[in-house]
Design a binder for this molecule. Structure first.
Ligand code: FBP
Ligand code: MN
Length: 636
């Protein structure tokens, strides 16, 4: 129903609510002016990374050097006025202010002259980086104690007004006199890094292989603005933290094989001692395979078998292989042939009941399950994965997900059945997201089992491969290790297919892209992260050290700023000590993927569209005040 002002009753009610926040015409148009200023600024810079795989030091360095962006800005500002060595020193200070200052103090290099010059450089850099934000946003990004001072210094126009120059010089004097140089450098360097990256996306696989996913999580939990699209390894840990025994066994296997016991034991307080003692008691070392690896492989094969038995709808009966091992001949016969087993050490294998855990295996797993459920730090990290993560995300015309969207061979969306209902395309992704959340909140067997399915099932959105853990565990012939993939991984090379997928998720802009991780880009073999004529970008560049031999680089960052999209390929990182000793930054090479036809402003972004809507609503409110439909509340 419309009233006399042409607004519906519902809309008037909404405007009345808005009027509580903007009770007068002045308050309303001030906000309109503010918002209008914001939407006309260039969009903030988004960084995308994926497949971090526990490589904390490299990740931490990339956060500190903002994927090489800080170096670019320093070169831009100071390449004529500072030597390379001075610039490198400044960069190391920005990356690791505490460590660098400690080192310089030990060498008695922190003089007033140095401090004054350095503060001056840092302020110029912060000024450059803040130029595309509103003053209020920059102010909010500053640490409260120095907010006023930094604000004054950033907005100085020294050449234009001599008095102001003197005023700022006095501020710097006071900083030096009061001994607050160190705190001030901390504040400015943090602000510089904060301004260089407005928002960070992690396209999955934070966990496994590298040693310190827990530290990455701590770091992400303090990040100013980020989101996560879950990877198969993250899903595995989420399933484990929700109590799925099959997920726990996979987590253990992944970390035992990479000798990453620390993350479990000291990181999350989960004791592996009972499993280690059991393995040493039951398994030999004769075949050269570690007893603990053998013990967990067997437990895993049994638990995975149990899940497959519970779910004929997973169509995974052909993955029931454990009962096929022949201990007398030391072989196994698969459809593709008969293969020698890498071990015949199976002390708990019962041919009559191959998929049931022995009483001791059962007890060990039950205790581990309790420890996963009760680890406070793990639960905190996993809750953060849930609160800041999802199966996929549409963000500023890009579709982000880690692995695959199940497709049929002809490119149509594959229909997948749950409880008699078929789901495909976006509805399937939404359902998988729902199941992942249900696993943590409800902890019912179906959703917990589905977490395991997502780790290694053929129609999983995060994996999309038939994971051959059994063959990898027990058969040396690598031909058996090949993991058939969903058609998505072939069809995502096709531009029209990608456009169809983007449309399915409501992204119609010609500037849309699919951004994935999961499949290492073998740069060495000539592969490129840019596919489907630029519609599909795969940014798994191998942060994981174990995979750098095959990728040939050490990770990617995709950067999307107001000018377009580029990808930075990073070169291997040594360690922080090396950076401090020699200023050795992580090298990176930039490739422009796409230039925007016109500069992207905040008004063009998802958030900007909300702001534009708000401007319209505020204009309607102003109109309503002027026509007396809503009465201003002055002085209340
Ligand atoms: O190289 P690893 O550590 O043995 O792991 C191999 C397993 O990991 C997977 O590649 C999954 O991990 P990714 O998601 O990192 O690719 C499986 O497909 C495969 O079975
Ligand atoms: Mn993956």
């Amino acid at each position: 129903m419309e009233n006399y002002a042409g607004y519906s009753d519902e809309y008037i009610k909404y405007l009345e609510l808005l009027a509580k926040e903007y009770p007068t015409q002045e308050a309303t148009f001030t906000e309109i002016i503010n918002l209008q200023a914001i939407v006309n600024l260039p969009k903030g810079t988004e960084h995308f990374m994926s497949d971090l795989h526990g490589e904390y030091e490299a990740f931490y360095h990339i956060l500190n050097n903002c994927s090489g962006v800080i170096r670019e800005k320093v070169e831009m500002l100071f390449s004529n006025s500072m030597s390379q060595e001075e610039r490198d020193d400044l960069l190391t200070l920005i990356y690791y202010p505490k460590e660098k200052l400690d080192l310089m103090n030990r060498k008695k290099l922190v003089t007033d002259k140095w401090a004054r010059k350095t503060l001056h450089h840092l302020i110029r850099l912060a000024k450059l980086l803040s130029s595309k934000y509103t003053r209020s946003k920059v102010r909010k990004a500053m640490p409260p104690v120095f907010r006023f001072v930094i604000d004054e210094l950033l907005h100085a126009q020294p050449d234009e007004d001599k008095n102001r120059h003197v005023y700022h010089s006095k501020i710097l004097d006071t900083i030096l006199e009061t001994g607050s140089t160190r705190s001030f450098i901390y504040a400015l360097t943090a602000l510089i890094k904060r301004l260089a990256v407005d928002h960070l996306h992690i396209i999955g696989d934070i966990y496994d292989r590298g040693p310190h996913a827990d530290k990455i999580m701590d770091n992400l939990m303090h990040h100013h603005s980020m989101d996560i699209q879950w990877g198969n390894h993250d899903i595995l840990w989420m399933g484990a933290a929700a109590g799925s025994a099959a997920c726990i066994a996979n987590v253990l296997r992944n970390n035992i094989r990479y000798h990453n016991l620390e993350i479990l034991e000291s990181g999350y307080g989960i004791s592996l001692r009972p499993l280690a003692l059991f393995a040493l008691k039951m398994y030999t070392k004769d075949d050269g395979i570690e007893p603990m690896v053998k013990a967990i492989n067997v437990i895993l094969s049994k638990l995975e078998g149990q899940v497959i038995f519970r779910h004929p709808e997973y169509n995974m009966d052909d993955r029931l292989l454990f009962h096929k091992i022949n201990l007398e001949t030391g072989t196994i016969t698969l459809d593709s042939g008969t293969y020698e087993l890498t071990t015949t050490d199976f002390p708990t294998f019962n041919p009559q009941d191959p998929y049931t855990l022995s009483p001791e295996e059962h007890r060990i797993m039950a205790d581990l399950q309790t420890e996963f459920l009760q680890s406070e730090r793990l639960q905190r990290h996993i809750q953060f994965l849930y609160s800041h993560g999802s199966m996929y995300r549409c963000y500023n015309n890009n579709l982000l997900f880690h692995g695959s969207l199940p497709l049929n061979d002809d490119g149509s969306f594959k229909e997948i059945y749950f409880d008699g209902h078929g789901y495909k395309g976006q509805a399937f992704m939404d359902h998988a997201d729902y199941m992942a959340r249900r696993a943590y909140t409800k902890r019912d067997t179906d959703s917990l089992d589905y977490m395991w399915y997502m780790w290694g099932g053929p129609d999983s959105p995060v994996s999309g491969r038939i994971v051959k853990t059994f063959e990898r565990s027990y058969i040396a012939d690598k031909d058996t290790w090949k993991e058939p993939e969903n058609a998505y991984f072939r069809l995502n090379r096709d531009k029209d297919e990608c456009i169809k997928i983007l449309h399915e998720f409501g992204i119609d802009s010609p500037q849309g892209h699919i951004i994935n991780g999961h499949t290492p880009v073998k740069v060495k073999k000539g592969e490129s992260p840019i596919r489907a004529e630029g519609k599909e970008l795969c940014i798994d560049g191998g942060f994981c050290k174990a995979y750098q031999n095959s990728t040939g680089i050490a990770g990617y960052t995709l950067i999307f700023n107001s000018h377009g999209i580029r990808i930075k390929a990073h070169y291997p990182f040594t360690d922080v000590e090396e950076v401090l000793r020699t200023n050795a930054d992580m090298g990176s090479e930039s490739t422009q993927v796409e230039l925007e036809p016109k500069r992207v402003m905040i008004g063009d972004t998802d958030n900007g569209k909300k702001l534009l809507q708000m401007i319209d609503d505020l204009k309607a409110l102003l109109q309503a005040y002027r026509q007396g439909i809503i009465i201003e509340r002055r002085g209340e």
